[in-house]
Design a protein around this ligand. Structure first.
Ligand SMILES: *[C@@H]1O[C@H](CO)[C@@H](O)[C@H](O)[C@H]1NC(C)=O
Ligand SMILES: *[C@@H]1O[C@H](CO)[C@@H](O)[C@H](O)[C@H]1NC(C)=O
Ligand SMILES: *[C@@H]1O[C@H](CO)[C@@H](O)[C@H](O)[C@H]1NC(C)=O
Length: 159
């Protein structure tokens, strides 16, 4: 038995030193008590939002042949927040995705599907390579739109 102790300890040390690619996902709703925030809570929900982040990321890596983690952009954290303190439909800074609760409140149609599409678009923006900042903006947004479309969540309204 004693002979197994050393190899096991060595294995643990190696995996702890190996670079990590794990992404931490989180979702929050800071618009509860507003019509849009409450609608999100009832018709979409935070569990579903988390699920979209995880499944959407996997789909992205699959679609862009980045199954091997070493091919991926190193993104450590992705969050989605429902908020009324923003302009526009959604945005994303370094994986901090925000979705406007007023847009959710006013949306007519399947709000769950629309939310999914918005998050797919923003996920693609967060996970895509950008040629070290040199890629044209139109190419990057086009790739993200394409990813959303291919996933079956074409936007109903263009921003
Ligand atoms: C990714 O970035 C995080 C934080 O900057 C770092 O701890 C981690 O080692 C990086 N992973 C790789 C594979 O470079
Ligand atoms: C992933 O890519 C790295 C670097 O190219 C390579 O060393 C590794 O064997 C690949 N892993 C798999 C599971 O293909
Ligand atoms: C609809 O949009 C307007 C303008 O942004 C906003 O004032 C209103 O609260 C929204 N309605 C809902 C139900 O969220």
């Amino acid at each position: 038995m004693k002979t197994f102790t050393l190899p096991l300890a060595a294995l643990v040390a190696i995996s702890a030193l190996a670079p990590s690619y794990a992404v931490i996902y989180s979702a929050s709703n800071s618009a509860i008590g507003t019509p849009g925030g409450d609608r999100f809570q009832h018709q979409v929900g935070l569990d579903y939002a988390l699920d979209v982040l995880e499944k959407g990321s996997s789909s992205f890596w699959y679609a862009f042949a980045q199954q091997n983690e070493t091919d991926r952009k190193n993104v450590t954290e992705i969050t989605v927040t429902i908020t009324q303190s923003m302009i526009g439909i959604s945005d994303n800074v370094n994986g901090d995705i925000r979705v406007n609760s007023k847009y959710i409140g006013n949306f007519s149609g399947d709000v769950k599907e629309e939310f999914t599409g918005i998050v797919y678009y923003e996920l693609a923006r967060a996970l895509q390579w950008d040629g070290q900042g040199q890629a044209p903006a139109g190419l990057l947004t086009g790739v993200a739109d394409f990813f959303r479309l291919k996933a079956g969540y074409a936007p109903r309204i263009r921003s």
